[in-house]
Design a protein around this ligand. Sequence first.
Ligand code: PEP
Ligand code: MG
Length: 905
Amino acid sequence: MSGVKRVYAFGGGQTEGNKDMKFVLGGKGANLAEMATMGLPVPPGFTISCQACMEYYNATPPAFPEGLAEEIASHVAALEAKMAKKLGDDGDPLLVSVRSGSAFSMPGMMDTVLNLGLNDRSVEGLITKSGNERFAWDSYRRFIQMFSKVVLDAEGDLFENAITSMIHSRGVKVDTELTAADMRELVDTFKGIVAEHVSVEEFPLLAVDGVVAFPQDPTVQLRLAIEAVFRSWMNDRAVLYRKMERIADDLGTAVNVQAMVFGNMGETSGTGVGFTRNAADGTKEFYGDFLTNAQGEDVVAGIRQTRPIAELPEVLPEAGNELYAVFDILEKAYRDMCDIEFTIQEGKLWMLQTRIGKRTARAALKIAVDMVAEGMITREEAVLRINPAQLDQLMHPQFDTKATYDVIAKGLNASPGAAVGEVVFSANDAVEAAAEGRSVILVRWETNPDDLHGMDAAEGILTSHGGKTSHAAVIARGMGKPAVCGADALQIDAKAKRAAIAGTKIVLNEGDVISIDGTTGIVVLGAVNLVKPEMTGDIDTVLAWADEFRTMGVRANADTPDDAALGRKFGAAGIGLTRTEHMFLGERKDIIQDFILASAEGVRREALDKLLDVQTSDFLGIFEAMDGLPVTVRLLDPPLHEFLDSPRELEVEITREECEGVPAEKLAARRRLLAQIDSMSEANPMLGLRGCRLGIMYPELYALQVQAITRAACELKKQGKDPRPEIMIPLVSVRAELATLREETEKVVAAITAETGVQIDIPIGTMIELPRAAVCADEIGEVADFFSFGTNDLTQTTFGFSRDDIESKFLPKYLERKILPRNPFETIDGGVAKLVEMGARLGRGTNPKLKVGVCGEHGGDPESVGIFFGIGLDYVSCSPYRVPVARLAAAQASLAGKTKASDNR
Ligand code: PEP
Ligand code: MG
């Protein structure tokens, strides 16, 4: 027998726990103990610890821990003494509730049994004591129903059907019209259901004459109910909920056994739930609902019309006023908005639960700001209380929470926010429809840079393939557009402009309206009402406080002047990454194709000249939008063939042209083009001719970009502005790459400054996105002014995982089997974080002036931001819409102290 205490009493003058013990007593048990100690009216009981639940699971097969039954028995005896009642007594029986309650709230996921202790004898005692025969039989039938479902695994419908048949046969409308005799008959019917449907093999100890008899012994009832609550920790919905909420599986649930109080003993009784402030908008008012003559489930079941809690003092003045006083006491004690459950039994108030209340993002901000004004909490606490992920909600439209809808497909929640629109299957159709003023959702197998204009025109993006760092996901997040990616039930036939939903008869045709929610990853047929949460002044207030506490910088990733301006509006202190490849799309694609494919020097030169003009104007716009702030421009990074036609499509076209009788000469030219494109194709383009390797192979290309950057900056300087460009070389793995390209870059900058007569200092740095670069960062740091960790590629190359494929291939299995704790492309992995730490340390070792930041997608992930702060990076850079989230997360990291990189492993 373990010597560790596993059962803790509360209420009735003897309480053994407090609110800080939620990992032992669960949230419910810890808060019941706290309320009891505060002298609030809490029905006495005891809590069996979460550790006892884990002991149960640690046995093979799971088994009630040795000695626990004896410990429980002594607490039952103490409870009986406190209440001066006995379980199963036929004079004045003690009844108890048996409820789950883990350290983290898991609403409705685990099981509860009420009215335990009733049997054929004690029901008579309840009749005598309450003087209410119907109430007693109703309580007994509810107990059998709940116990059989939860503990004996009987189908709930069997009991519901029996009640419905009785309602029909009695010619009444609802169960409240059934009489005491009817309830008594239901008790017999329910016992019959148990005998017929519960398996003797599973419950041999309950067998009487070869069938399961509903247990009459309260000790047996209690033991089985406690075990059922333990078991409910591992039921499917609880396991799934924990996975979604990232709650550990080895915490276990506590079990609270508490003397029952009844809200269904007539009109002076009632039950309700409430919040000490409005949980939807944060207003300082009592908020909640109650019902008279009802038990707990009736309030949430929605069968009867509840009344607002503001009316309670009119209906039951004494209990109502006492409840309001309790609200104040609780809020002051917890220094936060509390959520409570109460029951009033014959005019007397009882508190059944309290906890810190869940709230919307909007309410969270208002409550935090109000509580600071009221002197209840400090500004630091206010900043720490806002969940950064929740803040994200405020930045995008959402499905109306009151809306009902059917989900037709699910994918990854790739870019937050919701959108409604007509389905289109090509980027051009999206642009055309948008030009006609129609809202569209662009539905693609996966997007590529060619789709950019369509993505821009669409309200939202839906793909059947690709993960959270796929092209569609990254671009949509950057644009602040909702996206659901990798919805693999979608069988898209883009040519025929339709998509079938696998496993259903649904076919989406062009023009059909759908709604997508990129926050949850769902796709809905038809239009769901959207709400755009208001950006109130509270968000600004909290973020201004956050900025005071924050030491790490936050920049935005932006490729256009509009995005740059947005990032600035959301509080970015500069641009951490401008991806220049997006500037080579649309009509410019032809120009760059000319450069790549032409062998004649004249054609190549002409192409470069054209590109120089357009690039210069791109940079003018961005530097102007970010006047006075740094803008890190990354030179061209993707494999060049991304700018060329797809060889597969070209081949099909050539065959078609051949059939159509196109002249041989023209065909030969087309074939030469195909051969040239084919010759550029690589088995692993992501590991191929890309990044700085392009700069080495095509020095003119990088020179052109450097010229455009420098010219734009000089031009603005001449106008009296303050442009602050920084040039970033991607995908460096050896010092010599950067040293060579740095030298060439400096020459071009010097030439332009000499030509324009404008003096400008342009820092030159590199991305660290390959393991070798991180490991040899001391060497690379010698020739760099800054490092920016490209954690997307660094994750890809450290693991050897393809960032474009993993989420739709094996990642789900890896997460399910806990081989990986989370998606490493979303939250920085401990191993990759070690490389970031090593790279930053080694780089600064040889170059103490080195500025170090992150510009991968992790820069907008609150948990990763905390880790980067712990490593000591100077800034994180993320999409403009995530800038507020990163500002808050960075402030929280400063306030909470450093998070060691190794903690995340
Ligand atoms: C990265 O690899 O983290 C990065 C920012 O670059 P990209 O996503 O453009 O490859
Ligand atoms: Mg990269």
